[in-house]
Design a protein around this ligand. Structure first.
Ligand code: SF4
Length: 193
């Protein structure tokens, strides 16, 4: 054949070039020959197979995109804002989409001091969030009253009006602490909690 003579292009044979060249699976039970298949043992040799339940799949998806309600009560809220900025970047975990409406939020981050005057409003916002929903008590004030312990004006822990899933300690907690709390919440959601 002369050097400048072109080799005629061969059309792709799907059976031979694609199906027959799939990698052989390492999963037990999937690589055995199927006598009823026209190409025994080949169509079952596909590594892109995952077994799970629907509830596990839904919980996994929920745990990867909890949307927080966008509101803050006191100084802890500044740390919460910092956690969503570029340096700490909660977007890495799908948690940066702060919603302005409780009807679009999954997670209430109680960031700051809860006064008795604010408590009924906080409870109403919680009730307006759709199920399933979760609550993080961020900082000492939200968790137990903090430095306003025994104050006539301050709620002694937000768990007296809404169920709390994760407590984040500190006054204020750093953004890393809130990230740790969000990751713990993610584990809990993934387990169906
Ligand atoms: S825990 Fe500390 S930083 Fe957070 S709201 Fe209370 S006083 Fe402010």
């Amino acid at each position: 054949m002369a050097i400048d003579e072109k080799v005629p292009a061969r059309p792709i044979d799907f059976e031979e070039d694609v199906i027959q060249r799939r990698p052989v699976t390492t999963q037990t039970g999937l690589g055995s020959a199927d006598p009823t298949s026209p190409t025994p043992g080949v169509l079952a040799n596909d590594d892109n197979i995952v077994f799970t339940t629907v509830s596990n799949l839904v919980n996994w998806a929920r745990s990867r995109s909890p949307w927080p309600l966008g509101y803050g009560l006191a100084c802890c809220a500044i740390e919460m804002m910092a956690a969503s900025m570029s340096h700490h970047d909660t977007a890495r975990f799908g948690m940066e989409v702060f919603r302005s409406s409780p009807r679009q939020a999954d997670v209430m981050i109680v960031a700051g001091t809860v006064t008795h005057k604010m408590a009924p409003r906080l409870r109403r916002l919680y009730e307006q969030m759709p199920e399933p929903k979760w609550v993080i008590a961020m900082g000492n004030c939200a968790s137990s009253g903090g430095e306003f312990w025994d104050s006539y004006a301050t709620l002694q822990g937000v768990d007296t009006i809404v169920p709390v899933d994760v407590y984040v300690a500190g006054c204020p907690p750093r953004p890393e602490a809130l990230l740790e709390g969000l990751l713990r919440l993610r584990e809990k959601i993934a387990k169906g909690g």
